[in-house]
Write a protein that binds this ligand. Structure first.
Ligand SMILES: Cc1ncc(C[n+]2csc(CCOP(=O)(O)OP(=O)(O)O)c2C)c(N)n1
Length: 620
């Protein structure tokens, strides 16, 4: 076992090339085993094994810095940098994070999880390095995927780097996939490069030929280089990057260590902004992930022999599925409805919509800000855009929501999936800020359903409202709370009383309704009678309805699956001018772990809510 000999990249650097190939296979095996049990981003990490080995082999990490874009491809990096023994704890509470985490290892330069930021992070680091003596004391490499290049932030970084002419190496790892197949003009351009790698050979042969013709050939060489400028656009792969001020190298087979290592060594010794373009296979080395890289991008536990998913679900539907099906149903009735996703058709449940209405479906790439502003344009033009994003990624589009949608009062519907605790993806992915930041947006209606039936009604309601609306719903399966699948009429700002009681009242938002009902039931067994109210809206809040509720009970609790600061509870307290006890999440970064476990830990399980209520209404 080569893996046993590695405690740090230092050990790796003593290996012969053929041993590195064997090591790559051992690393893959370790990843497959851990992810088959814990779930994780397998396909991307399998595709980047040789690249990561080559990088640690050629660089002097941790003095030299590697910054992984998103960081979902970095499992091999974790294994090589002293975390092999605990790799089986991947994504478990208090175990290894599935993404680079700055507090986990000195080799993880930043905590990352959101796409397209690596070049900017690396460039900032490079500029700091060059101002603090001894200047240029370490190398900085940003590793980005072709999906990452569909995000504007990445281009902002490249644009700035080309201008500053700093020593920075960007590795562009292309595999034609984002999570789903990569989309957009840049992606087409990269595919063209991969299928036409003529130019580098042509340039090399020309220079070799003329150099061998002695001094007289120098004039010819100069002429050729002028000629080259003109020809570049025709033949050169990567002309786009060259025009941005980068020296472009590649494309290179990203699984061939015999090519990668010497190329990297050479390129690392060149000055200025450089891009090394490599081509890899997503899922490389595991048949099931190679066959279905989309499913194995982020997978749950699976059977290694067959690749089949090991589902622990009770056969219930998820919010994502309910949303996807309902939108499809509504779209059949109204051809103005269009759907927008930022590179996550499957994750947001829009894949069926895409297949049924390809001309009304827009995958804009990993470009949430653009998705929102683009939707504003669609709405202005008379369509009814429904933008489905994860809560955590919507953060990218805060300004666009304010300026381009709300300020224009445009009817864009935001369907916010994975709102609340997401679980194993951890700190960068928790969707805990959206209630607070959306509640600050003037004119925006902010809703949360208590279950799937209500989600369907809310979607219809939102599309009728003709103004900016957000609907948030959590990750996971739905416990139906609606009797006979009927939902009482939804009215703007008004709550729904689900249970009467005299000792206390819980006004709960969205996912917290079912835990609050359960909590009230637990307390009933102890002799307390509590009311439970489904708030339905985080904003606006109907003043009369909520004041009346406030007057009915001595103890008012609010429950929300988001940070308390500037959240729903605070807004309600201001509205009814009465102190309420706010149950929600602290304004902290919440680590990875199973969703249920984290809800319990942070006081949002039914039992934790009941305990808290008891403590307040009946202090010892
Ligand atoms: C801002 C943001 N939006 C969406 C995502 C979800 N996401 C994670 S990885 C990924 C695809 C990345 O594609 P690429 O960079 O090509 O890497 P690959 O997985 O193909 O190796 C997406 C969309 C994210 N991490 N960040």
């Amino acid at each position: 076992m080569f893996l046993e000999k590695i405690n740090s990249p230092q050990d790796l650097r003593k290996f012969k090339n053929e041993d590195l190939v064997k090591l790559a296979s051992e690393i893959r095996q370790k990843m497959i085993e851990a992810v088959s049990l814990n779930g994780g981003h397998l396909a991307s990490s399998l595709g980047a094994v040789e690249l990561i080995i080559a990088l640690h082999y050629c660089l002097n990490t941790p003095t030299d810095k590697i910054i992984f874009d998103v960081g979902h491809q970095a499992y091999a990096h974790k294994i090589i940098t002293g975390r092999a023994e605990v790799f089986s704890t991947l994504r478990q509470y208090e175990g290894l994070s599935g993404f680079p985490l700055k507090d986990e290892s000195e080799f993880d330069v930043f905590t990352t999880g959101h796409s397209s930021s690596a070049v900017s992070l690396a460039l900032g680091l490079v500029c700091a390095r060059d101002r603090i003596p001894p200047a240029g004391s370490f190398k900085v490499v940003a590793v980005i995927g072709d999906g990452s290049l569909s995000g504007g932030l990445c281009f902002e970084g490249l644009n700035n780097a080309g201008h500053l002419k700093k020593d920075i190496l960007v590795i562009l790892n292309t595999n034609e996939l984002s999570i789903a197949p990569n989309v957009g003009a840049i992606s087409n351009y990269l595919n063209k490069i991969i299928s036409l790698p003529v130019y580098n050979h042509f340039r090399e042969s020309l220079v070799n030929f003329l150099s061998s013709r002695g001094p007289r050939a120098e004039r010819l060489l100069k002429l050729a280089s002028k000629f080259e400028e003109g020809l570049k656009g025709l033949f050169i792969p990567g002309v786009l990057f060259e025009e941005l001020g980068f020296r472009y190298f590649g494309p290179l087979d990203g699984h061939n260590l015999d090519l990668l290592i010497p190329a990297l060594k050479n390129i690392l010794n060149i000055k200025g902004p450089r891009i090394l373009h490599i081509v890899t296979k997503k899922g490389k080395g595991y048949f099931a992930a190679e066959r279905d890289p989309v499913r194995f991008h982020g997978t749950g536990p699976f059977d290694i022999q067959t690749g089949a998913a090991i589902t622990k679900t009770g056969g219930k539907k998820s919010y994502t599925e309910v949303f996807g099906e309902k939108l499809l149903e509504l779209a059949r009735l109204d051809n103005k409805i269009v759907a927008i996703t930022a590179a996550m058709p499957e994750g947001t449940g829009l894949d069926k919509f895409r297949d049924s209405f390809p001309e009304r479906f827009f995958d804009v790439g990993i470009a949430e800000s653009h998705a929102v502003t683009f939707s504003a344009g669609l709405a202005k033009g008379g369509l009814k855009p429904v933008v489905a994003l994860y809560s955590t990624f919507l953060q990218r589009a805060y300004d666009q929501i304010i300026e381009d949608v709300a300020l224009q009062n445009l009817p864009v519907v935001f369907c916010i999936d994975r709102a609340g605790i997401v679980g194993e993806d951890g700190v960068t992915h928790q969707g805990i800020f959206d209630i607070s930041f959306l509640n600050t947006v003037p004119g925006l209606v902010n809703m949360a359903p208590k279950d799937g039936e209500e989600l369907k009604e809310m979607l219809e309601f939102a599309l009728r409202l003709n103004k900016p609306v957000a609907i948030r719903y959590p990750r996971g399966e739905i416990d139906s709370l609606s009797d006979n699948k009927t939902v009482s009429k939804i009215e703007l700002g008004k709550p729904e009383i689900l249970r009467e009681g005299v000792d206390f009242a819980i006004i709960a938002l969205g996912s917290m309704v079912s835990s609050s009902l359960e909590a009230a039931e637990l307390l009933k067994k102890e002799g307390y009678s509590g009311a439970v109210i489904n708030a339905r809206f985080a904003k606006p809040l109907d003043i009369e309805s909520f004041r009346a509720l406030g007057n009915k009970s001595k103890f008012i609790f609010t429950a929300e699956e988001g940070i308390i600061d500037s959240g729903f509870g605070g807004a309600l307290e201001d509205l009814i001018s009465k102190s309420v006890i706010k149950i929600g999440l602290p304004c902290k970064f919440i680590p990875h772990g199973q969703r249920e476990l984290l809800l319990e830990k942070y006081g949002l399980s039914a039992k934790a809510i009941a305990d808290k209520i008891k403590l307040v209404i009946c202090p010892r």
